[in-house]
Design a protein around this ligand. Sequence first.
Ligand SMILES: [Cu+2]
Length: 157
Amino acid sequence: MKRWLLFWACMVCLLLLLLACGRSTSGYTPQTRTFTMVTVPLLVKESATMFGFLKQDFAQGGVLANKEVYMFSPDHLTVYQGDTIQLTIVNPENDAHTFTLPPFNVNVPLAPQAITRVHFVAHKVGVFTFFCTIPTHMPFMVGQLTVLPDAQAVPSD
Ligand SMILES: [Cu+2]
């Protein structure tokens, strides 16, 4: 009789242990994080009227030949794993861009002088690069998404 009691006590402990291993210990509830981003022209062809030296930079053989420098602002986003990212991207220029983030299957065109909304779940932990795929904007138009493990989550506003 005692052997059966010991056996069932061990089985109950094993079951409790298995249940505990399968649950997140962080207690973090994923949130929706909203960001507003804008595409910003930094050194574009039109800038050469203000900064004469850019004419040489944009000319064939110059350091910006066949390129223009744009950025995403902000260019760093940080969330926790499992969060939903709701991103509103404002493109005030008359040039098209893209917001491309392959690890999350995000690749959206950003039409000129338009607002584009993107949402996705940050299901992977890591540091990921997003960028614009327009060849003349590479490699300058980039940013980073940092997805922290939910176990590191701390209360925030
Ligand atoms: Cu671009």
